[in-house]
Ligand binder design. Structure first.
Ligand SMILES: NC(=O)c1ccc[n+]([C@@H]2O[C@H](COP(=O)([O-])OP(=O)(O)OC[C@H]3O[C@@H](n4cnc5c(N)ncnc54)[C@H](O)[C@@H]3O)[C@@H](O)[C@H]2O)c1
Ligand SMILES: [Zn+2]
Ligand SMILES: [Zn+2]
Length: 369
């Protein structure tokens, strides 16, 4: 079939919206009509050329939601008409990681996905016979996409697509960091560094876990106001004395749980140093630049602080994204507050510019219908 998509032709250049060919889904693959897609930092990071593992030409986009249009041979968990959220972090339910409750990092298709191919090592996207690669296994800056069955979460049809798509990346990453990676305990004191999509999601996740104090730290007063809406009990403008301020407000001990959601290694260090002596857990969500390192004074660890990382919030996508979407439908999560701009596919570069300017939390491409 022919369809329109935003193609990364050259790093550092605007995406080019154009018609492409999309082949039918093969075995264990699904054709999805994309209804909405958020514009995320990872798209920008890859488009800019800074990401050393990036490739072009490719169709970017990974925060998608849509409807199953056709299924390939052997697909049993999805049917035509199902509403789905795309998963850059799949869940095969069979590999040693999927079988363990300790991680959500599925091993099934990592190698090919990382190179921009579907699991059989080929692409369904092409232009006059020239293969075009699939970004993050999702390529949702497009009217249609073909994806592995294991990378689609079936969600309630009651969730509007422009809200559901936010669960494909940033929101689930933040919520999950608190709920599944750190497993925040009720009554805890939490500190979240960064009030973008991920940090705000972490604030909401801490609230859902029953945290007593949730301190949100950001450079922007406007973003901190949004954190209040997600359940932050205290707001703190970021500065060089942030760690001191947190220690002061916790009797000198630090917080039970800290979350870093900025991608800045110096902030990661602050998250470690403001975690409580004895048992404080610092969870890193941000993606740092290639080659950057996180400095930790070993004494902080000897005295009981722990550090962990969180990819996609530790969320096992096919099992838990539908549950998170249901919590939104139940009124537990205010998703509307994250949707700042609604744009068309043709305006995708505007979405990237808005993100670079930190204008709003998320721009969502609305494909109409
Ligand atoms: N782990 C994952 O699976 C995953 C998934 C999605 C995004 N991410 C990463 O998470 C990070 C956050 O993503 P986002 O979409 O929320 O980004 P964002 O840019 O919207 O938000 C980052 C926030 O950090 C704030 N900030 C900057 N410097 C600060 C400082 N010194 N102290 C406190 N706050 C500061 C900014 O003002 C901004 O509000 C990025 O690094 C992104 O790549 C990770
Ligand atoms: Zn993302
Ligand atoms: Zn797996």
């Amino acid at each position: 079939m022919r369809m329109r998509a935003a193609v990364l032709e050259q790093f550092g250049q605007p995406l080019v919206v154009q018609e492409l060919d999309l082949a039918e889904p093969r075995a264990d693959e699904v054709l999805v009509r994309v209804a909405a897609c958020g514009v995320c930092h990872t798209d920008l990071y890859t488009a800019s050329g800074v990401d050393p593992s990036g490739y072009a030409p490719a169709v970017l986009g990974h925060e998608g939601a849509g409807v199953v249009e056709a299924i390939g041979e052997g697909v049993s968990s999805l049917a035509v008409g199902d509403h789905v959220v795309t998963l850059f972090s799949p869940q095969c339910r069979e590999c040693v990681h999927c079988l363990s409750p300790k991680t959500n990092i599925c091993l099934a298709i990592r190698d090919q996905q990382g190179k921009g191919f579907l699991p059989d090592g080929t692409t369904r996207l092409s232009r006059d016979g020239e293969p075009i690669r699939h970004f993050m296994g999702t390529s949702t800056f497009a009217e249609y996409t073909v994806m592995p069955e294991i990378a689609l979460a079936k969600v309630s049809p009651d969730a509007p697509f422009d809200r559901a798509c936010l669960f494909a990346c940033g929101l689930s990453t933040g919520l999950g960091a608190a709920m599944f990676s750190a497993k925040v305990e009720a009554g805890s004191t939490c500190v979240v560094f960064g009030a973008g999509m991920v940090g705000l999601g972490a604030v909401a996740g801490c609230r859902l876990q029953g945290a007593e104090r949730i301190v949100c730290v950001d450079l922007s007063g406007e973003r901190l106001e949004l954190a209040k809406g997600q359940g932050a009990t205290e707001l703190m403008l970021a500065g060089s004395d942030t760690v001191e301020a947190i220690l002061d407000s916790t009797g000198g001990f630090g917080a039970d749980y800290t979350f870093e959601a900025t991608g800045i290694v110096s902030v990661m260090r602050q998250a470690v140093e403001s975690a409580r002596m004895g048992w404080g857990l610092a969870t890193m969500c941000g993606v740092a630049g290639k080659g950057e390192t996180l400095d930790i004074i070993p004494r902080y660890l000897i005295t009981g602080r722990r550090v962990c990382g969180s990819s996609f919030g530790g969320v096992k996508g096919r099992d838990q994204v539908p549950q998170l979407v249901q919590r939104y439908l139940d009124g537990d999560i205010d998703v509307d507050a994250f949707l700042s701009h609604r744009i068309s596919l043709d305006e995708v570069n505007k979405g990237i510019e808005l993100m670079e300017a930190q204008d709003g939390i998320r721009s969502v491409i609305d494909f109409g219908g």
